[in-house]
Ligand binder design. Structure first.
Ligand SMILES: Cc1cc2nc3c(=O)[nH]c(=O)nc-3n(C[C@H](O)[C@H](O)[C@H](O)COP(=O)(O)O)c2cc1C
Length: 227
């Protein structure tokens, strides 16, 4: 399978979230050969979408000449797009959002009603693409934190796509937390393997992966300088 990872963390390979993503990919690799390409959003030259809509009328050609052209080709050549990003202000970090805005050339201006909402009709064939969102965050709570990012992902990529949201993720970069983060990453690896084999992750396994690794009060106390 051809997998494209869009890493939205400005910390690139040092990203807390990328620990989760790498474990997921390791599991996928156990199930079969995977061709993986990772793009660090912050390292690319991506101008902001100007909203001219030219691309939606001219068959999909953006007026801006920057790295987005190659990224669009990478997206179209992939079977699986993994959005790996830390939660920033309850959403995705700006460098990744800039890329997402610039996928507009894949859609035409024409609108169609699908179920209860309207979507733009595609002008590129994305039918073989599947999606996974992997998101870490700094707070210990999952509720009242990830909802907006997950909702945006579900509206962008309709369907029953996998969203992996893990609170307390700075722990993945703390070597002293390895006895706790190691077992969690092992569960993520199992989820990656299951996903590669079946296209899904067991709901109970996902619920454990998305839960706090240590009690939230303990985590908050450590962050606040306590024991
Ligand atoms: C600008 C900014 C905004 C953030 N907003 C949130 C937030 O809304 N909720 C949260 O739980 N953590 C928030 N965080 C914390 C990060 O999600 C957290 O540090 C995460 O582990 C960083 O992951 P990374 O190493 O993959 O970039 C924010 C961090 C920054 C720098």
């Amino acid at each position: 399978m051809k997998i494209l990872v869009l890493n939205g963390s400005p910390k690139c390979e040092k990203s807390d979230t990328m620990h989760i993503t790498r474990a997921f990919l390791e599991g996928m690799k156990e199930a079969g050969d995977q061709q993986i390409k990772t793009i660090n959003a912050v390292e690319k030259h991506i101008e902001y979408c100007t909203g001219c809509f030219a691309c939606m009328h001219n068959g999909g050609s953006c007026m801006i000449d920057d790295d987005m052209k190659d990224i669009l080709e990478d997206i179209l050549a992939s079977d699986l797009l993994i959005l790996s990003f830390p939660l920033y202000c309850y959403g995705m970090p700006a460098p990744l959002k800039a890329i997402i805005d610039r996928v507009l050339p894949l859609s035409s201006m024409e609108m169609e009603k699908i179920g209860e909402r309207y979507e733009h009709v595609g002008q590129a064939d994305c039918s073989k693409l599947n999606y996974v969102m992997i998101c870490g965050c700094g707070f210990p709570n999952s509720k009242h934190n990830f909802e907006a990012a997950v909702m945006q992902y579900r509206l962008l990529f309709p369907g029953d796509n996998l969203a992996v949201t893990v609170p307390e993720s700075p722990m993945f970069n703390a070597p002293q937390a390895a006895p706790i983060t190691g077992p969690r990453l092992e569960l993520v690896r199992q989820a990656g393997k299951m996903f590669a084999q079946t296209g899904k992750v067991d709901e109970e396994l996902l619920a454990v992966i998305c839960s706090p690794m240590i009690p939230e009060e303990v985590y908050a106390s450590i962050v606040n300088g306590g024991v």
